[in-house]
Design a binder for this molecule. Structure first.
Ligand code: MG
Ligand code: ZN
Length: 366
């Protein structure tokens, strides 16, 4: 009897370790990473888009979680501290662009991806020097140093850069420049990549391996008037980056969901959310075919303390809603994941989980 118990125990142990081993092999390391950040996108913002549009691409995710967003010393984060957490896996102070509490550079996902010879890209609907995109490529002690951030972006290894913010790349004496020196960063970028400045340039863009596209002097227009759309930019970025045999990292930001939240403008929140969700669809379409790509959708924080009080699903209409503030809030934000390695994002976690897990995947990736 005793021997029998012992045998059973041993079989159990073998089965247990076998199962753990099988699990470990199932969690394959993704070759490609696409990270979507809805700036200021809380659960209410997604709900509003869902009431108006019906099915969302975000509905296609099976792995869902929640993230706490506080910065190192503030319950309510800004986009710089939250972006740093997502891009590096570390908490820092509000306003910091991928530097630590003591202002030392924190290595970003983009820099880890470059170590692995992966192609890298950033696609945003704001100025590329804004806090969220900046945290992936720059190391600056204040998010307001746009000219310096533009220099860091120019010196980075980024292969695809699409958004606004041309004014920070032009020398001071050029019309429309917001620089305070004569540095010509466009000329610098042109040494290593194609630079385009209009929607027409974008539509005419042939087969390239790298591109910087500026579609506005500062911030691009609102979603309804913005061309190219975030989904068009995302598709093009994926086309270019996926040519790299070692894989790629792409960050796509729905930047103006936040601006609409600050203005307490529900209609703009919905149109920005739908534009963002279309871009998410482009990422998922690629990942579903490619099978080696993890797609993540999350937010840096919620904006506006937005709540939906009444409406009609049938009429696709919200009839009563409210905002509790004009700033960011401390509520947890949702995270959605699809593809290899996505189970790491289920449940409740902290926003540093995103940077930590993605950097780990890059380090494991060959
Ligand atoms: Mg942002
Ligand atoms: Zn904001």
């Amino acid at each position: 009897m005793k021997i029998r118990t012992m045998m059973n125990y041993m079989i159990f142990v073998i089965l247990l370790f076998g199962a753990v081993h099988a699990d470990a092999t199932e969690i394959a390391t993704p070759k490609n990473i696409i990270l979507f950040i809805g700036d200021g996108m809380g659960v209410s913002q997604i709900t509003a888009a869902k009431i108006v549009k019906g099915n969302l691409n975000i509905d296609r995710f099976k792995v869902v979680g929640l993230l706490t967003t506080h910065s190192h010393n503030d319950l309510v984060t800004d986009s710089a501290a939250a972006g740093t957490a997502l891009a590096t896996g570390y908490k820092t102070y509000n306003g910091a662009i991928s530097v630590s509490q003591d202002k030392k550079p924190l290595k970003t996902i983009v820099e880890y991806a470059e170590d692995r010879q992966k192609a890298t890209g950033i696609v945003v609907s704001c100025s590329v020097t804004d806090a969220t995109p900046a945290t992936f490529v720059a190391h600056v002690d204040s998010r307001k140093k746009y000219s310096l951030i533009a220099e860091h972006i120019t010196k980075s290894g980024i292969d695809v850069l699409l958004g606004g913010g041309l004014c920070y790349f032009l020398p001071k004496s050029t019309d429309g420049s917001k620089r305070d020196d004569e540095k010509d960063l466009i000329a610098e970028l042109e040494k290593r990549m194609k630079v385009i400045r209009s929607e027409k340039d974008f539509q005419d863009l042939g087969d390239v391996d790298s591109v910087a596209g500026f579609f506005a002097t500062k911030h691009p227009a609102r979603a309804n008037e913005r061309k190219p759309s975030l989904s068009e930019l995302t598709r093009k970025a994926i086309d270019i980056l996926s040519k790299n045999k070692s894989g790629f990292f792409l960050m796509v930001e729905g930047s103006q969901i936040d601006l609409a939240g600050h203005k307490n403008n529900q209609d703009d929140i919905i149109s920005e959310m739908i534009d963002f969700d279309d871009a998410v669809g482009a990422g998922l379409d690629f990942a579903e075919k490619n099978q080696q790509t993890i797609v993540i959708v999350t937010a840096d924080h919620e904006t506006g303390g937005f709540a939906i009080h009444n409406g009609y699903i049938k009429d696709k209409k919200i009839t009563e809603s409210a905002f509790t503030c004009k700033n960011h809030t401390a509520v947890m934000v949702p995270i959605f994941a699809h593809g290899p390695g996505s189970s790491a994002f289920a449940g409740i976690g902290d926003n540093t989980v995103v940077g930590k897990a993605l950097i780990q995947y890059l380090q494991e990736s060959m």
